[in-house]
Ligand binder design. Structure first.
Ligand SMILES: O=P(O)(O)OC[C@H]1O[C@H](O)[C@H](O)[C@@H](O)[C@@H]1O
Length: 528
């Protein structure tokens, strides 16, 4: 395609919404009119599915749940007045509570104000708050936010050690929809232990964001925690950023949550349009379908040219991959769907993996995110007439061009600046695109049956560990690995037995290995 034809294609496919100041360019995806025409019936169905979902249909049939994240930013859409009122009340509660914390009306025992927030959660209960804190957190927030999002002891220690001096002014938010996620529970128990070690009553510092009647909610109530905020049944973890999960920590950091909701609502309005060319979420879904033949054959590389959007790719990784990565379609056929997502930021990545994108295996399409405003205030000139922002702009355009010239496709989103409004809009855009794409490929985007398998397997490893220690404690002499596994009735799982004794030995806990651990069949095991 020559330059004039490309320019025409750019103009033909350019989507712009003046209210949002948002542009979407899919001209560098090499689909043709025939493809669009062929996709139209699928889109008609996707728009119908989406309308039904927003009206309160059981859009997550496996879990028999409604899918209501769109109602969070427009409560009038909620299917019942009870849900509507609940959304409104929760928002007011979040605003009142966070303002009282910021002004010191709610304060820690014997101190004037909370200075820090420690957010404990994982997956959908962490990624949104982390992304938004990075994107929108002020340089000097009223409360600085920290995260524990794993059960890694060293990671927990690092966060808690850094906070040690300020634990007595740190507000802890424990976020878990199910209220039973082990990593989150472990982080909470370890944190509580540190508070108690300093003679602090944890319940005076702790807040729960969780589902009704969850174990976490029951504990928060029985121990008299500072507050509890709801995580509704009809909001999935990966679409919960605009519920209390994301709004509470954002409001505590002084981020304008009404503006995030406003941006999302405005994007929802635009992406509700049942007209492919006028709907940027549908255009994204079209581009994804084209790129990967509707089978996820190409990976989605997210490249925001803005440091503050660094965590967007990690946020989208869960939203896209947990939603679309499914073994079966809605009719029960095995389809192995999904789209792999990765990315970091430009131009940083140009000095890392963009080499492969330009010249290596063509297994991806890029989504560039361009932010028009370089910074607030004046820029120095790094060369006559040229600023650092001009370089960032130039690198984005250059990379887009260089990739296209070598047959690599890309999408470009352009926003006027990174602010609460545009971040809300970006979240809403991708939530809708994922929902539409799921309809195109006929899968349930709102369940995650696959993640349970790993959790169950982990539980049986821990059972084996307890059993192994018990047998070694009762043994009169050191045992070989084989005889330990036999006594456990776990010869089929001897590799796991080997690994768990190695782990315990490395931590000087309960088990001692004698012999060469590199020769598992020769080691002798005894209780410590
Ligand atoms: O909020 P929670 O119930 O603790 O869940 C946290 C996360 O863990 C689960 O494994 C799910 O796969 C995620 O979708 C969820 O966001």
């Amino acid at each position: 395609m020559d330059a004039a034809a490309l320019w025409q294609r750019y103009q033909d496919w350019l989507f712009y919404d003046a209210g949002l100041g948002f542009y979407l360019d899919i001209s560098r995806m090499r689909f043709d009119e025939a493809f669009v025409e062929q996709m139209q019936p699928r889109f008609n169905k996707a728009f119908e599915d989406m309308a039904a979902l927003e009206a309160g249909a059981i859009a997550n049939p496996d879990e028999n749940r409604m899918v209501g994240h769109y109602w969070l930013r427009d409560p009038d859409l909620a299917p019942t007045s009870i849900i509507r009122q609940d959304i409104i009340d929760t928002l007011v509660y979040i605003e009142e509570f966070s303002s009282k914390v910021r002004t010191g009306v709610i304060h820690p025992p014997d101190r004037e104000k909370f200075t820090d927030i420690l957010s404990i959660g994982i997956g959908g209960s962490a990624l949104g708050p982390q992304f938004v804190a990075q994107a929108l957190g002020p340089d000097f927030p009223p409360l600085e936010v920290h995260f524990i999002d794993n059960t890694d002891p060293e990671g927990i220690d690092r966060t808690l050690s850094r906070l040690a001096e300020r634990l007595s002014t740190t507000l802890v938010i424990v976020t878990s929809k199910s209220g039973g996620t082990q990593e989150t529970r472990n982080g909470m128990i370890e944190t509580k232990y540190r508070y108690e070690a300093q003679g602090l009553d944890f319940s005076k510092y702790a807040i729960a964001v969780t589902g009704a009647s969850s174990n976490l909610e029951k504990m928060a109530h029985s121990q008299g925690w500072l507050a509890t905020f709801p995580m509704h049944d009809w909001v999935g973890g990966r679409t919960s950023e605009l519920s209390a999960v994301g709004l509470l920590p954002a409001a505590l950091q002084g981020i304008d949550i009404r503006s995030i909701l406003g941006g999302a609502k405005q994007m929802d309005g635009v992406t509700r349009t049942p007209e492919l060319s006028q709907n940027p979420a549908a255009l994204l879904a079209l581009a994804w379908y084209h790129a990967g033949n509707g089978k996820g054959e190409k990976d989605m590389v997210i490249l925001p040219y803005k440091d503050s959007l660094l965590l967007f790719s990690r946020y989208l990784q869960q939203l896209v991959m947990e939603s679309l990565g499914k073994e079966k379609d809605l009719d029960g056929n095995v389809v192995y769907q999904g789209i792999a997502v990765y990315g970091n930021k430009g131009s940083t990545d140009q000095h890392a993996y963009v080499q492969q994108l330009r010249e290596g295996v063509p297994s991806f399409f890029v989504t560039f995110i361009e932010v028009l405003e370089d910074r607030q205030g004046e820029s120095v000139q790094v060369e006559p007439g040229i600023t650092s922002g001009d370089y960032l702009f130039g690198f984005l355009q250059g990379t887009r061009q260089a990739l296209f010239d070598n047959g690599r496709e890309s999408i470009t989103l352009t926003i006027p600046q990174v602010n609460a409004h545009t971040v809300g809009a970006l979240i809403a855009l991708y939530e809708r695109a994922v929902g539409l794409y799921a309809s195109l490929v006929n899968i349930n985007a709102y369940h995650q049956p696959g993640v349970e398998a790993g959790k169950k397997a982990a539980a049986s490893v821990l059972e084996l560990q307890l059993q192994a220690v018990q047998i070694l404690q009762a043994a009169e002499e050191p045992l070989s690995l084989q005889s330990l596994a036999e006594k456990m009735g776990a010869t089929h799982d001897i590799e796991t037995v080997y690994k768990l004794v190695r782990h315990l030995h490395a931590n000087q806990r309960q088990v001692v290995i004698q012999g060469d651990p590199g020769l598992p069949s020769e080691i002798r095991l005894s209780a410590l």
